[in-house]
Design a binder for this molecule. Structure first.
Ligand code: PPS
Length: 333
């Protein structure tokens, strides 16, 4: 039961359009595929509303993952994936801005390569059936991928082939609150009995993809590498135009000001949220919730806030990433 989606529906989703070029299929066929894809997404949503918590997660090498999206076989196949230097990878801890970065990168790539087409699905490396790697192998460059994997679990070839990795982090309090709502709204993730329960799990790393702090600590060590660019959700929120420019420059795709402006306009929360139902159907309100900084204040108690402050101090205070996260500005009552 647990792998039905991985081997059937999700494999079908992943076989559509990932990195396809405009000239590879006529527009009419693409439109049909798009509507079939929407049907599939909505079906996954409807069929899994009553799933039992204990069926929804599994552990692979000590890390929890959603069992209907990931499988041991896919992880094994992923290890052998051959990355190309021209690949584009977005690496994030869950809820830190994956979809946002993907939207921006899609538009940057589309501006640079006339024949680049928006992928029809989230190109998450660890999702889907192992057979997808054969299709990925046949895709033309540049291929756009995302992952929530810890740095140590990203396939070695991405590092060896010096693939440029855009890493987005978000302040841990907002990431925790966003993750909590995601757990409770996403039919393929367990429902949390309460915020207090989820908070303790988040703090101890008993959530999908493990601990936020482990991810942050390892990325801090790679922050100065030329192929790594770390940005924060908060800096994109503060100045999206500048964020788009920095991402385009990092990938050596310099763009004229008007283009940067139009990409930034398409990447606002309001625009992405309003376009999401056509792209991801029933999942739209699950992914695009509030899109703000500081929502943690609606759920954190004073004691929880202090517990997170102490953990941040212990793990990240004084590190480069810790400083970049501007904890005092975004995470204090
Ligand atoms: N354009 C834009 N502007 C501002 N905020 C945005 C944008 N796009 C997505 N979001 C918010 O990002 C949160 C989802 O993060 P991810 O995309 O990383 O989610 S996922 O882990 O891939 O499921 C989730 O945050 P919360 O609203 O706090 O839950 C989304 O609303």
């Amino acid at each position: 039961m647990c792998n039905i989606l991985v081997t059937q529906n999700y494999n079908l989703l992943l076989s559509k359009g990932l990195g396809r070029r405009k000239d590879s299929q006529p527009e009419e066929t693409m439109a049909k595929e798009r509507s079939k894809l929407l049907e599939e997404i909505n079906k996954i949503f409807a069929e899994n509303q009553d799933s039992k918590n204990e069926e929804l997660m599994f552990t692979y090498r000590g890390v929890l993952y959603p069992s209907r999206l990931c499988s041991a076989k896919t992880f094994e196949a992923l290890e052998g994936m051959e990355a190309r230097k021209e690949d584009v990878l977005v690496a994030t801890y869950p809820k830190c801005g994956t979809n946002w970065a993907l939207q921006i990168l899609n538009d940057i790539l589309a501006a640079h390569y006339e024949d680049f087409q928006m992928p029809l699905t989230i190109p998450m490396l660890e999702f889907g059936a192992p057979e997808k790697f054969q299709q990925i192998k046949d895709q033309p460059s540049p291929r756009l991928f995302s992952t929530h994997l810890h740095y140590d679990n990203i396939p070695k070839s991405f590092i060896e082939n010096k693939v440029k990795i855009l890493v987005i982090f978000r302040n841990p309090k907002d990431a925790a609150v966003s993750y909590y709502h995601f757990y409770n709204k996403h039919p393929l993730l367990p429902t949390s009995s309460s915020w207090d329960d989820f908070f303790q799990k988040f703090m101890s790393g008993e959530v999908g993809w493990k601990s936020y702090f482990d991810h942050a600590l390892v990325w801090d060590k790679h922050m100065d590498e030329v192929n790594v660019k770390i940005m924060t959700f908060e800096e994109l929120k503060e100045n999206l135009h500048e964020g788009v420019k920095q991402i385009a420059d990092f990938y050596d795709f310099p763009l004229p000001e008007e283009k940067i402006q139009s990409i930034a306009e398409k990447a606002t929360f309001q625009t992405m949220k309003s376009e999401a139902p056509q792209k991801i159907g029933a999942f739209a309100p699950v992914v695009f919730r509030k899109g703000v900084v500081g929502d943690w204040k609606t759920l954190f108690t004073e004691a929880q806030s202090q517990e997170m402050d102490a953990k941040f101090e212990e793990c990240l205070a004084g590190t480069k990433l810790g400083t970049k996260l501007k904890y005092d500005k975004y995470c204090k009552f």
